[in-house]
Write a protein that binds this ligand. Structure first.
Ligand SMILES: [Zn+2]
Length: 361
């Protein structure tokens, strides 16, 4: 596995978050000015030079080549874990005063059998956590990479779109405007979600590695069998030559038997040798906060309020986001009002509907 673009992106994003200044110079070499304590932890000068390109490192001996296996990279990742929880950044310059935001968020929802009326809009800061994992695929060889996953700490869902947008945004240590922050889910829950998300994303590379392992296991098995077959033929030739000496024939037969046993044992060991183990280690945590516009809506049926929904308008990619379901907490754009005289929870998302055995009006 080639070192993915994630390592490159992580180092360049993490440096400013840790208080360092970094610029790319010619020939793929980067120059960074590190805070004192960081330089000490990295065991590098405050004016630190590094590269991701082996050719550039060969030409410029003063630059560290950041690849797995280099202790400088290991210390860099350790430093991230050390400061991780304190690493919190804000995305400035987002257009939250858009007068159409509430309407756009409300219009993105559809509620069957009722009317959705926008009553108020609020701007709230929402926290997102980007977990960075070091991935090790271990078998007879070991391959490593980085993989990250972002979780929306207000809903507990994966925020895949934010990941792509983060790289293009500048981050600030302080909020631009002091909006109240939406309560966050516990870190342990977010970690579980991020891990599951990362494992899902690794399924493709894992599948490719598994197929490669299986091919190599098959090749080794065929090689062992061919070797044993050659040995057996050799011994049979010897037996033919000494056929008048029963003691030598018996000894040769014992050798053939032992050879066959050894071959069988080595083939039996192959599945263990080529088994693939995936290990994820948390190497960094970035907490990113940005404002969102919440559209507080009432759901009306026959002029009576039967529920509330609060979809969001996201100023980062200017999109309307789904609302959390009052019944299951899942995110959905589509709701149904349950009919019946005594419904304690009349609003149901698509996922809740079949479970509740509801009649769709
Ligand atoms: Zn639901």
């Amino acid at each position: 596995m080639k070192p993915g673009p994630t390592l490159h992106a992580h180092v360049l994003e993490a440096l400013p978050a840790y208080g360092a200044v970094c610029v790319e110079t010619e020939g793929g070499v980067f120059e960074a000015l590190l805070p004192q304590d960081m330089a000490a932890r990295l065991e590098r000068p405050e004016h630190w030079r590094f590269t991701f390109d082996p050719e550039a490192a060969a030409e410029d001996r003063g630059a560290d080549l950041l690849v797995f296996g280099n202790p400088v990279l290991a210390r860099f990742l350790d430093y991230g874990v050390g400061v991780g929880a304190a690493c919190r950044a804000y995305i400035p310059g987002l257009y939250v005063d858009n007068p159409a935001a509430g309407r756009l968020a409300a219009e993105a929802l559809s509620v069957h059998g009722a009317d959705l009326v926008l009553r108020a809009t609020r701007v709230r800061n929402v926290r997102f956590a980007r977990f960075l994992f070091q991935v090790s695929f271990m078998s007879d060889a070991r391959e490593e990479d980085l993989c990250s996953a972002v979780v929306d700490m207000s809903t507990g869902s994966a925020a895949r779109r934010l990941e792509g947008l983060l790289a293009a945004k500048s981050l600030e240590p302080r909020p631009e405007r002091p909006f109240p922050e939406v309560p966050a889910i516990p870190w342990a829950q977010a970690y579980g979600k991020a891990r599951a998300e990362a494992l899902g994303r690794l399924a493709t590379s894992r599948g490719a590695l598994l197929r490669d392992q299986e091919r190599r296991r098959g090749e080794e098995e065929r090689r062992l069998l061919a070797f044993h077959e050659g040995y057996r033929e050799e011994q049979h030739d010897l037996m033919a030559r000494y056929r008048r000496q029963p003691e030598r024939v018996a000894a040769i037969e014992a050798k053939i038997h032992a050879g066959r046993l050894e071959c069988e044992c080595r083939i039996a060991e192959l599945p263990r040798k080529y088994a693939l183990r995936t290990e994820l280690r948390l190497r960094g945590l970035l907490s990113v906060v940005h404002p969102m516009v919440y559209a507080d809506c009432e759901v009306l049926r026959d002029h009576k309020v039967v529920g509330h929904l609060s979809p969001r308008w996201n100023p980062l990619d200017r999109s309307a986001e789904p609302a959390p379901c009052p019944a299951c907490g899942g995110l959905s754009y589509e709701y149904t009002v349950k009919t019946g005289p005594r419904e304690t929870q009349p609003l149901l998302c698509r996922r809740c509907r079949p479970r509740a055995g509801d009649e769709v009006p």
